[in-house]
Design a protein around this ligand. Structure first.
Ligand code: AMP
Ligand code: GLY
Length: 445
């Protein structure tokens, strides 16, 4: 089979790594991919958001299955567009993609179906919002309704910072139209966990739990990032909590999808806060999480292609999914300055010095040689990006804020952590930064 993966980050590298292990996969493509993905798949110089370009490529190459990584092409309706051309695609359709593309849509869904979540109100008028400032007390959780690359949530400690955030989001529109509507939420205290679930429209099957580390600094300090690392399984999961999640969240969610006529097929990512009152939904995403996927897929024993086909053919209830008992820790290495401004193009050394059982998932990397570049921006319109033939001699350089996810398996969390950090120390690039506490439980929130 020919598979095309859409996206070019660590999540897509993990998807490519796992799908490449399927005996039924003959050829893997990735649009646009990155240097690490380029070692497993043929990278195609198309942006993930280029729905028309990707559809045309899939049609020309007779791709058997297109797997969508990021949320933007999903919200643009890439799955509907591929299906219209008679092509199979893994991911929810445009209507279901609203579960991530609009926070108010999701909050209304959760409220309608009695699924535990933070209390909320939505606003489209800045004056009305300012008059209601602090309506749930402080900290005040302020969210741009639309997609904002994971940056649209502000947790304001006091009125001054709440007003500043509202002015930026709704007044200055720093997230564009995503901030035309703001959702204000009650603050939930607790420990976060992520559960990625396969959903085939009728059945919801959770994968193993994971935890993401969103803040840049140790101890969950500093600004939010796209995710500085992850581990699986979550240290706070136990049977009782898993039962609560199944009964209070997963079952009403799939029932709600059916009642509302939402034919969700793909991966539903449920961001949870484990509070003193039990698990509550913070957010739904309509895709695999990044970096959770890098921590979860190495533990999956079953062929991912088989599961994806079961989802598309509504056979998930008959599909077994087996998991390794091992623990995984994935430590993110980021560019200096991230999540603020950072430089790209820093040569990465030590990638060949890691132990043989370590998986280094690439996020923002590219091959660098004199003639060609393969970064997302440069690749479009520049068809001379690296091919399998010429890249052997090319150095790999940084090409984004998040650069690598150094991933280790161990019989205990501690062993996986120790192995991951031992190998992180062998990799270097100018300005590299990483958290030292990935895989440890932080409970200072
Ligand atoms: P979201 O994009 O909705 O996942 O929010 C980003 C991050 O903000 C989450 O991962 C949480 O750390 C935090 N967050 C969002 N909503 C709440 C809430 N109601 N209470 C506490 N923290 C929240
Ligand atoms: N790990 C958070 C996300 O994928 O949105």
């Amino acid at each position: 089979m020919k598979i095309l993966i859409v996206g070019g980050g660590g999540r897509e590298h993990a998807l490519a790594w796992k799908l490449a292990q399927s005996e039924r996969v003959d050829k893997l493509f990735c649009a646009p991919g990155n240097a690490g993905i380029g070692l497993l798949a043929e990278c195609v110089p198309l942006k993930a958001e280029d729905v028309d370009g990707i559809c045309a490529f899939a049609e020309k190459e007779k791709i058997d299955l297109t797997v969508i990584g990021p949320e933007i092409p999903l919200s643009l309706g890439i799955v509907d567009a591929l299906n219209d051309r008679g092509l199979r695609a893994f991911g929810p359709n445009r209507e279901c993609a609203r579960l991530e593309a609009s926070k108010s849509f999701t909050k209304a869904f959760l409220a309608r179906h009695g699924i535990p979540t933070a209390g909320y109100r939505e606003f489209t008028d800045i004056h009305e919002l300012k008059q209601s400032i602090g309506l749930f007390g402080y900290p005040m959780v302020i969210k741009a309704d639309g997609l904002a690359a994971g940056k649209g949530v502000v947790i304001a400690e006091d009125e001054t910072s709440a007003v500043a955030a509202i002015d930026q989001i709704m007044g200055d529109r720093i997230f564009g139209t995503a901030g035309d509507r703001i959702v204000v939420e009650e603050f939930l205290a607790g420990i976060e966990a992520s559960v990625l679930c396969f959903v085939d429209g009728k059945t919801i099957v959770p994968m193993e739990s994971a935890q993401d580390y969103k803040r840049i600094f140790d101890g969950d300090k500093g600004p939010n990032t796209g995710g500085m690392g992850a581990y699986s399984p979550s240290l706070i999961f136990h049977d009782e909590l898993e039962n609560q999640i199944r009964e209070r969240i997963l079952e009403p969610t799939i029932k709600g999808f059916q009642e509302d006529g939402l034919d969700f097929k793909g991966v539903l990512f449920i961001g949870l806060m484990i509070t003193a009152e039990g698990p509550k939904v913070i957010e739904f995403n309509n895709r695999f999480g990044d970096p959770e996927t890098q921590a979860v897929l190495p533990r999956m024993k079953t062929d991912l292609l088989e599961i994806m086909e079961a989802v598309l053919e509504e056979r998930l209830s008959e599909q077994t999914i087996e998991w390794s008992e091992k623990k995984v820790v994935c430590v993110g290495m980021a560019s200096g300055g991230y999540p603020g401004d950072y430089e790209k193009g820093k040569p990465i050394s030590g990638l060949d010095a890691v132990d043989s059982d370590i998986i280094v998932f690439h996020s923002g990397t590219k091959f660098m040689n004199n003639e060609s570049v393969s970064s997302l921006d440069d690749a479009v319109g520049n068809k001379s990006m690296e091919t399998t033939e010429n890249r052997g001699t090319c150095a790999i350089v940084t090409d984004g804020g998040r650069v690598l996810g150094v991933t280790a398996l161990g019989y205990t969390h501690e062993e996986a952590r120790e192995k991951a950090y031992r190998n992180v120390a062998r990799i270097s690039f100018e300005g590299a930064q990483y958290r030292k506490d990935i895989g440890q439980l932080n409970d200072q929130k």
